[in-house]
Design a protein around this ligand. Structure first.
Ligand code: RB5
Length: 151
């Protein structure tokens, strides 16, 4: 069976943890697509969030991983893309609920607030937890169908 390709990206604040998680993903048997940043030099999170989210939006990949200092900037940018549900998770429990209830297809890690060990635990929880569907199905659909204001 072909390996699942998972893109991963960070800004400078998430760089070290990204390197660690990319290695963990490879060991877990995934094909990692590292779309930057490629050094700890200061950079802008949106420059990495948009290209990764576009891959998910186009259906080129099923899911992706982003990291920045708080996880917030990355999630704001990624969530502007249709069909992208980027969830900031700082515990394995939140990562699991983001999958079960929200069908999160992008995991966002607050790199300045989680250890390497916790980062791997959060990653594994998100990778291995399925969407529950059922009552959550209609709720998730409503995210993309916000009522339009009358002109
Ligand atoms: C970079 O200093 C920091 O602002 C960024 O990584 C992120 O936390 C933004 O949301």
């Amino acid at each position: 069976m072909a390996k699942e390709r998972i893109p991963i990206a960070s800004d400078h604040a998430g760089y070290e943890l990204k390197q660690h998680l990319a290695e963990a993903l490879t060991k877990l048997g995934y094909e990692v697509e590292d779309i930057g940043t490629h050094s700890p030099a200061s950079t802008d999170y949106a420059d990495y969030a948009h290209p990764l989210a576009e891959k998910v939006e186009r259906g080129e990949v099923g899911r992706g991983i982003l990291l920045c200092g708080t996880g917030l900037g990355m999630s704001y940018a990624a969530n502007r893309h249709a069909g992208v549900r980027a969830a900031v998770a700082w515990t394995p429990e939140i990562a699991a609920l983001a999958r079960k209830h929200n069908d999160a297809n992008v995991l966002v890690l607050p790199a300045r607030f989680v250890s390497e060990e916790d980062g791997v635990a959060i990653l594994k929880s998100w990778l291995d937890t399925a969407f529950e569907g059922g009552r959550h199905e209609a709720r998730v659909k409503k995210i993309e169908t916000a009522p339009k204001e009358d002109a």
